[in-house]
Write a protein that binds this ligand. Structure first.
Ligand code: NG1
Ligand code: ZN
Length: 531
């Protein structure tokens, strides 16, 4: 068939470096940008097959998120805006690693296995972050789509969650919104202004937020968003890419892991600030106090704020919907304790990686999921959305219930349910703080984090570590878990675990304890046990 000849011809222009083996992991493919041209071309091919198979539009995002500027990566987006289904991750890995002269055979194998009708039309949406390598790499994706006869739409510079949103809008025929960046801003800003109406007498100080854009796409997009928010919010955007390097000593990952202010931000004590990561799917908040001490409000604090708000609204609305918070092993022990014992919501722990959290959250009427690093969102089941809608349209209810239903409706609209979204999460948090008349310090005081430390350990083969119990316990190598248990016993309120990273060639060590000194010492001792 003509398409396969074209694939052969085109693939010669996107050659695979000899001997290079890469794996489609939790965050797709991610490595030095100069190793990725053939991967991008081949992911264009795979997205085209996936589109034919699902008879829907598929997304391909070129980004390496919080990694250094020199890296890049690619992720595929399934029809409802969710991550590529796991069964196709293996095909991605096979296609990435097959030799040039075996490429067509590998494609044909996938087509046969999945019984793909090659006469079916294919549509692929492509987006990219601001890395200097992203333009040519996204062109390679477009070349792959074209080589197999698919149609593509190039959204150019967008945040990862914006591309997820476009794919979902397109495949739900506009039910979720309009598949344009303008449509995204309109939906979110309208919901924000409806919510802000319920916040009385906000001062300019309360409307002001400092944003660290990580010198990436989020800085550009949050400015575009701001122009739709009129006078509802006043943003000071730092690290907007005009001077600094992407993710270098700034951004959500840096702030979370280093537990310190990003470079390039000028703030006063008490100012409310947030940092995005390089593709704007993560957000963390922070402030400094009058002593100059740094206070971080991470994904756990965000999940707590949002779930408290939702639970209160459900009570006021008189709606009996089951709400749960989904976390990973990295969630601070204090947050889990507060959610379970004070808020009395269901808490579930899953493996690291948003797809695990996303799936777990789908099991509830309302599932709030956040990784401690600030990647997360809220999912509403169809049934929950219907009940909220019905209540909002009910003319026989009292004003309190009516108001709660209205707030719930607009909360649904402000949230990007396809994936964690820094801009959408930021607007929701700002709306909640405004409605509750809460300062960042009051939010921070809901519970106190246990001091904690994250370390990376380089080992010769990180895969020798296998874990269980949502990665909280190591089953191999023999003796490791016992050694960790013995070390943990030496400290108060202590917890520690190790797991191989899915995105870097390191083992991650996490420790928390009653004091920072203890958390640091425990993390250090556990990392020695890993060698
Ligand atoms: P790994 O490298 O597997 O720990 C990191 C983050 C994940 C997730 C992925 C994808 C931590 C401890 N891990 O995974 O939460 O965000 O990157 O970007 O933050
Ligand atoms: Zn990211």
């Amino acid at each position: 068939m003509a398409h396969f000849e074209e694939v052969c011809k085109q693939s010669d222009l996107h050659p695979k470096p000899a001997g290079l083996v890469l794996q489609y992991g939790t965050a797709g493919f991610r490595t030095s940008a100069n190793k990725l041209d053939h991967i991008m071309f081949r992911m264009g091919l795979l997205a085209t097959l996936r589109s034919k198979k699902t008879k829907a539009t598929i997304g391909v995002m070129v980004t390496a998120s919080h990694n250094p500027e020199e890296d890049n990566g690619v992720k595929l987006i399934d029809p409802l805006g969710e991550m590529l289904t796991s069964s196709w991750e293996d095909y991605a890995t096979q296609l990435a690693n097959t030799d040039q002269n075996e490429l067509v055979k590998t494609l044909k194998d996938i087509i046969e296995k999945e019984a793909i009708d090659m006469s079916q039309e294919a549509n692929v949406y492509v987006g990219k972050d601001t890395r200097s390598s992203s333009s040519s790499l996204s062109q390679a994706v477009l070349d792959g789509v074209k080589a197999l006869g698919g149609h593509s739409k190039d959204y150019g510079l967008v945040t990862t969650p914006q591309l997820h949103y476009m794919v979902c809008c397109q495949n739900t025929r506009g039910k979720y919104g309009e598949a344009t960046v303008e449509g995204y801003y309109r939906k979110l800003s309208q919901a924000f202004s409806q919510l802000a109406k319920n916040a009385s007498n906000r001062t300019d100080d309360q409307k002001h937020l400092s944003v660290d854009g990580a010198n990436g796409i989020g800085a550009i997009k949050v400015r575009e968003m701001e122009s739709h928010l009129k006078n509802h919010m006043q943003l000071s955007v730092f690290n907007d890419g005009s001077r600094g390097k992407l993710n270098h000593q700034c951004g959500a990952d840096f702030v979370k892991v280093q537990q310190t202010l990003p470079r390039g931000i000028k703030i006063n004590p008490g100012d409310r600030c947030c940092s995005f990561d390089g593709d704007a799917d993560r957000i963390v908040y922070y402030y400094t106090d009058s002593q100059g001490d740094f206070h971080l409000l991470d994904g756990d604090k965000i999940a707590t704020l949002i779930s408290t708000f939702l639970k209160e609204l459900l009570n006021e609305a008189g709606l009996d919907l089951k709400i749960a918070v989904v976390q990973t092993a990295y969630a601070n022990g204090s947050s889990t304790h507060y959610l379970e014992n004070t808020m009395k919501v269901i808490v579930k722990c899953t493996k690291t990686g948003v797809k695990h959290l996303h799936h777990a959250a789908q099991e509830f009427d309302i599932g709030v999921y956040f990784e401690a690093n600030g990647h997360g969102t809220v999912l509403f089941s169809d049934g929950a959305e219907e009940k909220i809608q019905q209540l909002a349209n009910d003319t026989n209810i009292n004003d309190e219930r009516k108001k709660a239903a209205f707030l719930l409706q607009n909360t649904i609209n402000i949230i990007n349910q396809t994936v964690g979204d820094a801009i959408s999460d930021m607007l929701l948090i700002e709306a909640i703080l405004a409605i509750k008349g809460m300062t960042v310090q009051q939010w921070d005081a809901i519970y106190s984090d246990l001091p904690n430390r994250q370390l990376k350990v380089k080992v010769s083969d990180r895969r020798v570590i296998d874990t269980t119990d949502s990665e909280r316990r190591a089953v191999t190598p023999a003796g490791l878990q016992e050694a960790i248990d013995d070390l943990v016993k030496k400290y108060e309120k202590a917890r520690s675990f190790v797991r191989p990273s899915g995105t870097e060639d390191v083992v991650r060590v996490y420790a928390e304890a009653d004091t920072q000194e203890s958390a640091d010492a425990l993390a250090h001792e556990v990392s020695l046990a890993v060698y």
